[in-house]
Ligand binder design. Structure first.
Ligand code: ADP
Ligand code: MG
Length: 249
């Protein structure tokens, strides 16, 4: 179980201080997906950066089974909003970047690499550069990189937001099939209600200024894109939209 407990974050100092988060708390069960959803500016990206260890909170803790987490005790895969691809490196080099930084490119990873590239439809694109790829293909490279790391925790910031609707929905399905194979504990930021309902077993609605978690919801529709067409899914989407618009104020 991974828990964010009483997280507060301020940006800047003095009169320019922005209180981004105040007392944000939530827990993620191991081997599940949790979605952070909420209006723009409610601190979703900030909370994810705290989880990734990129930002130290003014107050609060992030723990795994009660022990504080850090990059040494836990392998964290972070997929930023722009996929974090390097323009001057090929697809192959971009995928390998994560494990190479960790100094772990060994023979046993080779078969994992080949399998991931095949699963993500990248086998014929390995020698291309990012600018020679569509948005959906770039996104697949980002996914291949983080899944090759075999992280204990996967953090994704609006991973599919830059894609058109059709590509986004097909990438959600690609993610689900990868995720079912690897079952990595995942926190995913999204501002699409349908994306949260399709991917995440638990949904944290963020709101307020400063931001915090205003509600945690169990979602029965996660893992099966076929629910997208059911009236119950639609109704729950409407309910979520209302909570987000309410924003805890
Ligand atoms: P979200 O991802 O939900 O849109 P963010 O976490 O990006 O929200 O931002 C939360 C609040 O913190 C916003 O008011 C935003 O303007 C502010 N903020 C985010 N990053 C910075 C920064 N580097 N410096 C100052 N303020 C920031
Ligand atoms: Mg954000």
């Amino acid at each position: 179980m991974l828990c964010f407990q009483g997280i507060s974050v301020d940006y800047g100092t003095g009169g320019d201080t922005v209180h981004a988060l105040a007392d944000a708390s939530l827990c993620v069960e191991r081997g599940t997906v949790l979605a952070l959803i909420g209006a723009s500016g409610t601190g979703k990206s900030t909370l994810l950066r705290v989880g990734a260890g990129l930002l130290r909170p003014a107050a609060g803790t992030v723990t795994s089974n009660g022990a504080p987490i850090d990059a040494r005790s836990m392998r964290i895969g972070f997929l930023p909003q722009n996929y974090g691809l390097l323009a001057w490196k090929t697809v192959r080099e971009n995928i390998l970047l994560g494990v190479q930084i960790k100094g772990e490119w060994r023979a046993e990873r080779r078969s994992a690499f080949t399998e991931l590239a095949a699963d993500l439809g990248l086998t014929d694109l390995l020698e291309r550069y990012p600018h020679e790829l569509s948005g959906g293909q770039q996104q697949r490279v980002g996914l291949a990189r983080v899944f090759l790391l075999a992280p204990d925790l996967l953090l994704m910031d609006e991973p599919f937001s830059a894609l058109d609707t059709i590509t986004r929905e097909s990438m959600q399905e690609v993610f689900l099939s990868l995720w079912k194979k690897h079952a990595v504990t995942t926190v995913l930021v999204t501002h699409y209600v349908e994306e949260a309902l399709t991917l995440a077993g638990r949904i944290a609605v963020m709101g307020g200024r400063p931001g915090h978690v205003i509600e945690l919801i169990d979602n029965p529709f996660a893992g099966d894109p076929a629910y997208r067409f059911s009236p119950e899914f639609f109704a729950m989407g409407q309910e979520l939209r209302a909570k987000i618009a309410g924003g805890g104020v």
